[in-house]
Design a protein. Structure first.
Length: 27
């Protein structure tokens, strides 16, 4: 929570990676 300006690029990759991992685990 120390970030004043959100890094939307990092957030995008975090969400994308999370979705990919969940997709792989559900297979």
């Amino acid at each position: 929570m120390g970030l004043v300006i959100p890094d939307y690029g990092l957030l995008f990759w975090m969400v994308l990676t999370f979705l990919i991992v969940m997709f792989i685990l559900k297979k």
